[in-house]
Structures are given as C-alpha cells and as structure tokens.
Design a protein. Structure first.
Length: 296
C-alpha cells in the first residue's frame, strides 16, 4: 500500500467521525452545533428524581442552582417539574406548572443561557415559553399531547424530540425490541414528520434516541454504540445518559461508580456523534467534551 493510500484511509476515517454542523435556531439565539459538543445542564424541580430528588425542590434553591449551572459553563439549562424515572408517578398539570413556571420566570431574567422546559404537556410548554424558555424537551416526541407541535411552531421554539414507547404510565414497562436501532429510527422519523407537518422549522429540531426510556440495559448500550446511525435522519443528536439506571447494570451501584460510569457514556456518545450531552454534572461534562472534541 502506498503512503498516499494510507493517508487517504486515515483521512476518510476522520471524515466519517466528523459531525455534521447545524444551526439550532431558537427565538432569541442561534446555537451552532457540531464544531464542539454542547452541554445541557439538568435542573430537576422535583421531590423524587432518581439522582437529585428534593435537592432543588425549594424554589430559592432551584434558582440558585440554575445560576450555578450557567456559571459552570452549560450551553443550555433544562428545567423539569416531573420525574419520569422508573417507578415514578405522573403529577397533575397544575402541580407541574406550579413547580417550574416561577423558576423559569426568575431565571429568564437573570441568565443568558437559553432555558429548556422538560415537559410532554402542551399547556405547560406554552406557559414556560411565555415565561422565557426557548426550547421544549419532549420525552414523548409529540406523542402524548396533540397540541405540542402547534405550541412549538407558534413560539418559533426549539424542540428536542425524544424516542420513547408506551404511555406515560407504561414508559418503563416495555417488552424488548427485535431491532432497537431500526425501531428507534422509525419512531424518531415519525416524530420529525409530525413536527414538520405542523409547521415546525427543520432548524428548530434536535432528536434524542431516548437511551434508558423503554429500553433495557442491553438495548441502551446498543443505541449508544450505534448512535451515529441516527445522523442519517439529518438532525442534530442529543444523548442523555447521565446517571441512568442502565449504568448500574454495568458496575457497582455506588455514587462514584455512577459518576464515572456516566463519564464513560458521555465520551462514547461524543465519539459516536452526539452534538449535545444532557448531564447533571456540568463541570465534569465540559472537561470530557473539550478533551474528546480535541481528540476527534
């Protein structure tokens, strides 16, 4: 093999690993995706999240944590008022609204970081966007509320379409898939088609394969390993693996193991094409992203 041929092979491999660049257009800001990995910091305003339940349930504590997430360097702040962990129970629309809207109103005045509302309810999303959020992160991929796409389109908001299966009550009681990658691809394509059919701009959409949602540990690992295959849909990829239960199947269930296990999955997600990683530990993720981006 000639030296030139060896160079061409190396070059083609590096091009394969390069992420497509996108401009994620939000109401008041555009986020450039692909050149470097964006970090979405999680703020759970809930008493029962699996990893930080109750820690920021107090309104003042949640606002302080939101400011801290920006100071730590997050590109996006994702605020949720209902835990969707395995075994969790849905809360009422009124309770979800009561938890998140005052926090969003306060932080939207204080932060430059764009705010995302983690909800599957159109009415909560509408209130959150009116309060200053710019992104809707919908775990149902527009399946649970027929009005969600119209809310997103009407506000010219960004949207994360996540793949999940079943209803809100049966999210984590699904049977194994015959072909996880193909089924998730089909589900995400259907969510994108629904969004585009309701007038949502292509530049507003990010897709998320929903690792850990209706998938067992083996399926979650397959999706993480083959994450790059979802790029064929033509939209930026978000990966949310932080402190997910499937990590506990791979290592001892200890706080440091969960943190280090998350770190390994974040690096794997970036290597396999993630444009955005959704995490609890922003400082850790920024170091992982910066180093991994430079290696690639």
């Amino acid at each position: 093999m000639s030296p030139n041929s060896q160079f061409e092979i190396r070059n083609s491999k590096s091009l394969f690993l390069m992420r497509q660049h996108y401009s994620w257009v939000l109401p008041r800001i555009t986020i450039e995706l692909g050149l470097r990995t964006a970090v979405m910091g999680i703020l759970n305003v809930t008493p029962d999240s699996f990893s930080d339940g109750g820690q920021y349930f107090d309104r003042a504590g949640a606002i302080d944590r939101g400011k801290e997430v920006e100071q730590e360097g997050a590109d996006i702040l994702d605020i949720g008022g209902e835990s969707t962990r395995p075994g969790s129970e849905p809360v009422s629309e009124e309770e979800e609204t009561r938890r998140v809207i005052p926090v969003i109103e306060a932080l939207a005045r204080l932060l430059k970081t764009p705010i995302s509302i983690d909800t599957y309810r159109a009415s909560v999303a509408r209130r959150a966007l009116d309060a200053g959020a710019q992104i809707v992160n919908d775990i149902s991929g527009l399946r649970f509320d027929r009005d969600m796409a119209s809310v997103v389109e009407g506000a010219a908001a960004g949207v994360v379409l996540m793949h999940s299966r079943g209803s809100r009550e049966t999210l984590h009681r699904q049977t194994r898939m015959q072909n996880a990658v193909e089924e998730v691809l089909h589900g995400l394509a259907a969510s994108v088609e629904k969004a585009r059919g309701r007038g949502v701009s292509a530049k507003a959409i990010v897709i998320d394969p929903g690792i850990g949602f209706g998938k067992d540990a083996a399926e979650s690992l397959i999706l993480l390993k083959r994450l790059s295959e979802f790029s064929k849909l033509g939209y930026p990829l978000l990966a949310g693996t932080s402190r997910k239960s499937f990590i506990r199947f791979l290592t001892k269930d200890a706080p440091e193991a969960r943190s280090w296990g998350t770190a390994a999955t974040v690096v794997a997600a970036i290597i396999n094409g993630a444009h955005i990683v959704r995490v609890h530990d922003v400082r850790q993720a920024l170091v992982l992203a910066d180093v991994t981006d430079e290696i690639l």
